[in-house]
Design a protein around this ligand. Structure first.
Ligand code: ZN
Length: 162
């Protein structure tokens, strides 16, 4: 599969390469290689973030900055202050621990979460689940992040004789 190429114009529809190639600055979703086309990225913006679909490039530049801060705050990816991003990491960790395929996030876990929320908490809660990025690629990339982070922490501890 050809490696996805990021183009500057992708930021006009909210996709950055600041943290990883082709990541949505609004929800942290990482799209697949095949989706790295302006029309596919735009469709993500139109359907997932309808409130922001007519925003200027400056708006996304600004969002990109806060997204970077959130991802790198204190050098730990976990410190993101948005619940949806944190939940995405938490669910990815469960998937990794259970040694399940990454696709289970979108195919099984998300629909289950939505049904549970709808029955127990109501429609608003169920709609909020939609904002948790759990696509195949997102889960794979979260797991990669976390293992890199663990590796880094372990190395630092060894170096500091902790
Ligand atoms: Zn998004």
């Amino acid at each position: 599969m050809a490696k996805r190429r990021y183009k500057e114009e992708f930021l006009t529809v909210g996709f950055t390469k600041a943290v990883r190639n082709g990541e949505c600055v609004l929800c942290g979703e990482v799209l697949s290689n095949e989706s790295m086309k302006i029309n596919k990225l735009d469709r993500h913006l139109q359907t997932k973030h309808p409130l922001h679909r007519d925003k200027s490039k400056d708006f996304f530049i600004c969002k990109e900055e806060s997204f970077k801060k959130q991802c790198f705050d204190g050098g730990k990816v976990f410190k993101g202050n948005r619940g949806a991003l944190r939940a995405s990491y938490q669910v990815s960790l469960h998937i990794a621990k259970a040694k399940k395929p990454h696709s289970i996030g979108e195919q099984l876990i998300k629909p289950c979460l939505k049904d549970v929320c709808l029955s127990v908490l109501g429609e608003d809660a169920a709609n909020n689940i939609e904002s948790v990025p759990l696509s195949n690629n997102t889960v794979a990339s979260r797991i990669k992040d976390m293992s890199a982070d663990i590796q880094k922490t372990v190395t630092e501890e060894i170096l500091q004789h902790k």
